[in-house]
Design a protein around this ligand. Structure first.
Ligand SMILES: *[C@@H]1O[C@H](CO)[C@@H](O)[C@H](O)[C@H]1NC(C)=O
Ligand SMILES: *[C@@H]1O[C@H](CO)[C@@H](O)[C@H](O)[C@H]1NC(C)=O
Ligand SMILES: *[C@@H]1O[C@H](CO)[C@@H](O)[C@H](O)[C@H]1NC(C)=O
Ligand SMILES: *[C@@H]1O[C@H](CO)[C@@H](O)[C@H](O)[C@H]1NC(C)=O
Ligand SMILES: *[C@@H]1O[C@H](CO)[C@@H](O)[C@H](O)[C@H]1NC(C)=O
Ligand SMILES: [Ca+2]
Length: 526
């Protein structure tokens, strides 16, 4: 007898059967056992609904609208004694589950968002995300303090680590209850805060995910977050608040000067650490500006500002506290000002670092960060490292647990990142490597020349990196390079098509050899 049927028929039959009973399987009662030993579940709500598709982290933006049904579960719970309320969302495709599970990371102060689940679900993944106990739209002031002077330590722990571990556990249990079997492979996907969260999973909960894509990671949080305030402090110390036009002009002069060190004039500085541009060499150069309109000359103080921000944060004794920015990174990401005219600008700090210094480190949401002196700043920087490294630093280089569990982790970081210091990722990867010379077997880091924070910029964006991770985990195909593309641009009638390249794993450097620099073959890894 021949029992074989075409595979497509079997898949269709299976998905139809599940589809027919999806509403029944998605009933609240089927998730009655959905809990963990350390939590108290307040409610479990389920609904079968169509999902929508937005952009998925670490992929090319999707403009397609895919509509698939999902069993959408909201688990609301608390940690007894912590007075926290966490919402964790699990979405389970009602048809064509691919047997995989993915945890989706957040950004900035956002632990995670329900809206990030549509894209993975449309691709057949069961997916989880959590709000970590605070609203996705709240500023720190409303949740990081219980009242003025007192930190809400449980909510900081939830945001940093605790809720992430629980989301993975709850999500996997829900998946098993719905499909009758556990996921075959489990993944993490996140950038920025999501990149930090992925590293936290590898460091502290190394058995939760088989594969972790954790890019432009906000690791070393206890140091780099206060370091993000440095550009604003430099302006105060100089008593000079440069316009974005002046600051961007200095960056553009530096890029122009160093562009060809890598052999290709393309507006990208792809060799790290080679640019030795002297900002004082452009003092007096004229620049045309718009909004506000006018012409300005690069000032000495503008050059001093750029030099100090490139060098990185220092304390009141001149001791380096953290890395600076490479020359190609826009200095306006953290050195922002608001101007009424080119000569009349006021400070405009990046909200997360301002909140960290005031609400969290000073326990005072109404403190004006511009009142902080260099001495205050030096003291707060040390307090941040002392009090918060173990809470949210996410800088433990010991990945033994992750290695032993057979996990694989991929990261990439834009070398033009204007918010998270590229060298902080170099620092972390190097420390892991010093501890374990075999790091390359389970954790790889790909610098992305010309790419800004989590994307953007003229450089090569590795939009297929999630698939590369899946291939590594499931087929043992470790990525020796990462395929990446620039975004095509249009200036007037001139269209600049996408350039393709293969990003190189650190410490190798993507190096131009010869030939058409728009073609991947023109570069090699050295
Ligand atoms: C996708 O769906 C949303 C919501 O229905 C709609 O606003 C949007 O225009 C759609 N986009 C495309 C590319 O079809
Ligand atoms: C618990 O948190 C709520 C706000 O979420 C607050 O109103 C209440 O006072 C807190 N209870 C205690 C005992 O701290
Ligand atoms: C980053 O690190 C490299 C190598 O250690 C060094 O050459 C470079 O100057 C550093 N850049 C910044 C901006 O700190
Ligand atoms: C500033 O210049 C832009 C063109 O660069 C023009 O469209 C705008 O009207 C000007 N604004 C003022 C206030 O002059
Ligand atoms: C918080 O900062 C505000 C504004 O600087 C100040 O008036 C207030 O006294 C501060 N509160 C504490 C507890 O220091
Ligand atoms: Ca170049």
């Amino acid at each position: 007898m021949n029992f074989s049927l075409p595979l497509s028929y079997l898949l269709l039959a299976a998905s139809t059967a599940l589809g027919a009973s999806a509403t029944a399987r998605c009933a609240n009662a089927n998730f009655a056992s959905l809990t963990l030993p350390n939590i108290h579940v307040l409610s479990v709500d389920t609904v079968v609904a169509p999902t929508w598709v937005g952009e998925m982290t670490n992929t090319f933006p999707s403009t397609q609208n895919v509509s698939t049904g999902a069993c959408q579960i909201t688990i609301t719970y608390t940690h007894p004694g912590w007075n926290d309320t966490i919402n964790t969302w699990v979405w389970l495709p009602t048809e064509s589950w691919n047997g995989r599970f993915v945890g989706m990371g957040g950004g900035g102060w956002v632990t995670g968002e329900q809206s990030s689940l549509g894209q993975p679900v449309s691709q057949g993944y069961a997916a989880v995300s959590t709000d970590g106990g605070h609203s996705t739209s709240a500023s720190t002031a409303s949740w990081a303090l219980t009242n003025e002077g007192n930190l809400n330590w449980p909510l900081l722990q939830d945001f940093s680590a605790v809720a992430l571990d629980e989301a993975a556990s709850l999500g996997k249990i829900a998946t098993r209850l719905f499909y009758g079997s556990a996921p075959k492979y489990t993944y993490w996907n996140g950038c920025s805060t999501g990149g930090r969260q992925g590293h936290m999973m590898a460091q502290r909960f190394p058995e939760q995910y088989d594969g972790i894509l954790a890019t432009a990671p906000a690791i070393n949080w206890d140091r780099f977050i206060p370091a993000e305030y440095w550009p604003q402090l430099v302006m105060k110390l100089l008593d000079y608040y440069p316009s974005a036009c002046e600051v961007n002009a200095i960056t553009n002069f530096a890029i122009d000067a160093c562009d060809e060190l890598d052999g290709v004039k393309d507006g990208i500085i792809s060799l790290p650490g080679q640019c030795k541009f002297d900002p004082f060499s452009v003092v007096g150069r004229r620049v045309k500006c718009s909004r506000p309109n006018g012409t300005l000359k690069i000032t000495r103080k503008g050059a001093q500002f750029a030099e100090a921000v490139w060098a990185g944060a220092k304390d009141s004794k001149g001791t380096p506290l953290w890395y600076g920015f490479p020359h190609e990174a826009p200095l306006t990401g953290l050195g922002g000002t608001t101007c009424t005219s080119l000569r009349d600008c006021s400070p405009s700090p990046f909200a997360i670092t301002a909140d960290w210094l005031t609400t969290v480190l000073s326990r005072n949401a109404s403190l004006d960060p511009s009142t902080l002196t260099l001495e205050d700043y030096s003291r707060l920087f040390r307090a941040s490292a002392n009090e918060f490294q173990s809470v949210i630093g996410t800088r433990d280089p010991d990945l033994t647990g992750f290695k032993n569990a057979g996990g694989k982790m991929l990261t990439w970081h834009g070398m033009k990142d204007q918010l998270i210091f590229y060298n902080g990722t170099v620092d972390y990867y190097t420390r892991v490597w010093e501890l374990d010379p075999e790091v390359h077997d389970y954790y790889r880091f790909f610098p992305a020349p010309g790419v800004e924070h989590c994307g953007g910029g003229p450089g090569w964006y590795p939009g297929d990196s999630f698939q590369a991770l899946v291939d590594w985990v499931e087929n043992g195909k470790a990525p020796d390079t990462l395929l990446a593309r620039t975004t095509p641009t249009k200036t007037g009638d001139a269209e600049v098509p996408a350039r393709t390249a293969y990003l190189c794993p650190f410490p190798k450097v993507m190096t131009y050899v010869s030939g058409d620099p728009d073609e991947a073959e023109a570069f090699t890894c050295r």
